[in-house]
Design a protein around this ligand. Structure first.
Ligand code: ADP
Ligand code: MG
Length: 631
């Protein structure tokens, strides 16, 4: 399949992203491993001495090099992978620059041995700091071995710049793991001195993930498969609740090439946004496949950055596929006393204190129920706060045609209502809550500590923080209600003067438009430049409106992030949801608890509050058995 090596014409080589690729041992390993994969090897062994500073040896069983091409292989701009500038569009191999071996040879001592299956014997060529000897015949097995010794021996400054062996090795390990994950059908061995870091057989993608990143870690991973005409996205996602302090557990591949792409990473972060506490990063391995003709890999010499023709579509695909998968997972954080065994292998590991386990699907309820007066309007509760909280919902529901995301998620995941639950003639028939919903599983329900709702199911107790849970529901509803139109407002007969600090007044003025969305209108009042509330939401937002707006503005003014309107808007929704939600220590009747859970089933998910903190934990009876040594 791979043809002969040729030197690229200058007009072709001039079009190739130029630059140094040999930075450290890891970059040499990357180029050599990619060459082995391009040669269709099914087995590759990488051996390092002194983290590769003394020796890097890569042996493969691939197609090998034509005996007459051995010398050319080490020459600059010599490649068998492209011929013309047009070939640069639609590159399907890892390499195409014809530069790596030449660059490596110029800063080390190289020995290249190769044999094709059809040739009687192997050939060998050596180079010393770029000074190349003639090729000669030798004995070797089919495939290619390349040895790179004494990296940067002729560039003492560069050699001195290399980090400690353990740091250099960890760079190489990260890189080999990343490539190994995308090529599970290739057996791969990595050794460092006497130590074997891993020796992986050909295996499936998920087996490879487990082998590399540990059983514990892979166990709770959600698989993702989303295939569109223009792209296919497969991957493994850590469930909400497993997260890391940095983005090292986030890896994106494009046509098996590990890449760094800010925009697409942003799509992943956006999808996870509500599932993570602030400042934490998700763990996700995503494999994107696109037509090679729609991706330009000739952007950066190390080929870790690419450009997409379909950037926007890919962004949307990644964001929506991940969001839907996370919402549809129905995974609740597991409360467990047993300390899990440490993960095997190297690399990122799940936070050991938060293993996850699925509980029945918490899908959104069908739209009929969501807008039913019975479920949402008519405050049956005696408590004032409860009544007020309900009026927020009443307003939200009354003026919202449909909550788009709830409906979208519901259409994908919720089971169709059984025909007999739809009474003939009612167009907006109200099917019962999803049979797998928590409420349907409940055998017992009660409140503890006037703060938590405890639900007993067949195999677990589920513990819910009533405030965080309700906050999530309100947040969701407000957010989507606001997407369709501003909240309805009514002019006040008498403007209400607002007692605001200077900073809060500034902020209120600069955010007047945003506040109008929530139904608040502010106008200058009096000679000293102070403000008054002249219009307020038509419905109660659970507080006296003037007090609420003062509190909102003061809080925002204190924690203000400059110039970011979307952050501001999100904060507003969060704060309104928070203030309108039932509080800890609000007593709830069994009927109210049921109401709350029913409401929870009308939004796409309630795993986390809008700030990313969990709302719900599940304590499995099997874990209790372990604690009490019943097994
Ligand atoms: P590129 O990979 O960009 O073509 P390289 O400098 O990495 O450039 O390699 C030059 C050429 O040497 C390749 O095009 C390929 O034909 C040949 N080659 C390098 N490594 C191997 C290998 N492990 N097996 C077979 N051929 C190889
Ligand atoms: Mg190459």
């Amino acid at each position: 399949m791979m043809g002969r090596i040729q030197q690229l014409l200058p007009e072709v080589s001039n079009k190739i992203a130029a630059g140094e690729v040999v930075e450290r041992p890891a970059s040499v390993v990357k180029e050599l491993l990619e060459n082995a994969l391009d040669a269709r090897a099914s087995r590759v062994a990488i051996a390092l001495v002194d983290a590769g500073k003394t020796l890097i040896r890569v042996t493969d069983n691939g197609e090998g090099i034509h005996p007459q091409d051995l010398e050319l292989a080490l020459a600059a701009h010599a490649t068998s992978k492209i011929r013309s500038a047009e070939d640069l569009f639609g590159v399907e191999t890892n390499g195409f620059r014809g530069e790596a071996l030449a660059s490596i040879a110029s800063v080390s001592r190289v020995r290249l041995v190769s044999k094709r299956a059809q040739d009687p014997h192997a050939g060998e060529v050596t180079s010393d700091g770029g000074k190349q000897g003639p090729s000669r015949a030798c004995a070797a097995q089919d495939g290619t071995t390349i040895e790179v010794r004494d990296l940067f021996f002729n560039l003492p400054a560069r050699r001195k710049w290399l980090k400690s062996d353990s740091t250099e090795f960890s760079h190489t390990l990260d890189l080999v793991q990343a490539i190994a994950l995308a090529n599970p059908e290739v057996a791969l061995r990595l050794s460092h001195g006497e130590r074997v870091a891993f020796d992986l057989p050909a295996q499936s993608q998920s087996e490879r993930l487990m082998a590399l990143y540990g059983d514990l870690f892979a166990e709770g991973m959600l698989e993702l498969h989303e295939h569109e005409t223009y792209a296919a996205l497969d991957g493994f996602l850590a469930p909400p609740g497993t997260h890391r302090p940095n983005s090292r557990g986030l890896q994106l591949y494009v046509n098996r090439r590990p890449i760094r792409d800010r925009a697409l990473m942003q799509a992943v972060m956006l999808a996870y946004r509500e599932f993570l506490p602030p400042g934490r990063f998700p763990v996700a391995y995503l494999f994107l496949r696109v037509d090679p003709a729609t991706v330009d890999v000739n952007v950066h010499p190390a080929k870790t950055e690419v450009r997409f023709l379909e950037q926007n579509r890919l962004f949307a695909l990644i964001k929506s596929a991940i969001t839907e998968r996370l919402i549809g997972s129905g995974v609740l954080p597991r409360l467990s006393f047993a300390r899990p065994a440490p993960a095997q292998g190297y690399g990122p590991q799940a936070r050991p204190d938060s293993p996850f386990e699925p509980v029945g699907e918490l899908t959104a309820a069908p739209p009929g129920q969501m807008f039913s007066a019975e479920a949402l309007i008519g405050a049956r509760a005696a408590e004032q706060r409860w009544a007020e909280a309900r009026s927020v919902l009443a307003q939200v529901i009354e003026s919202a045609p449909r909550a788009p995301a709830a409906v979208a998620a519901q259409e994908k995941t919720a089971p169709q209502p059984a025909p007999d639950s739809v009474s003939p003639g009612t167009e907006a028939a109200r099917p019962a809550a999803s049979p797998q919903g928590l409420l349907a599983q409940a055998r017992g329900l009660f409140q503890v500590g006037q703060t938590y709702i405890v639900v007993e199911t067949a195999d677990a107790v589920v513990i819910i923080d009533q405030h965080a849970f309700h906050e999530r529901i309100l947040y969701y509803m407000l957010e989507h209600r606001l997407q369709s139109a501003p909240l309805e407002r009514q002019r006040l007969l008498m403007p209400l003067p607002l007692n605001l600090s200077l900073a809060a007044r500034e902020l209120a003025l600069s955010q007047r438009e945003a506040l109008v969305e929530f139904g608040f209108e502010l106008e200058p009042f009096g000679p000293d430049g102070s403000l008054a509330l002249t219009a307020a939401p038509r419905y109660s937002l659970a507080r006296k409106h003037d007090e609420m707006i003062v509190e909102l503005c003061e809080e925002l003014a204190q924690g203000r992030r400059p110039g970011d309107f979307s952050t501001m808007r999100k904060s507003l929704v969060e704060m309104v949801a928070c203030k309108a939600a039932i509080k800890a220590h609000d007593p709830l009747s069994p009927e109210q608890i049921r109401d709350l859970l029913r409401l929870g089933e009308t939004v796409p998910h309630t795993f986390t509050c809008p700030h990313g903190r969990p709302t719900t934990y599940r304590l499995a009876f099997t874990d209790l058995e372990k604690v009490f040594h019943r097994r």
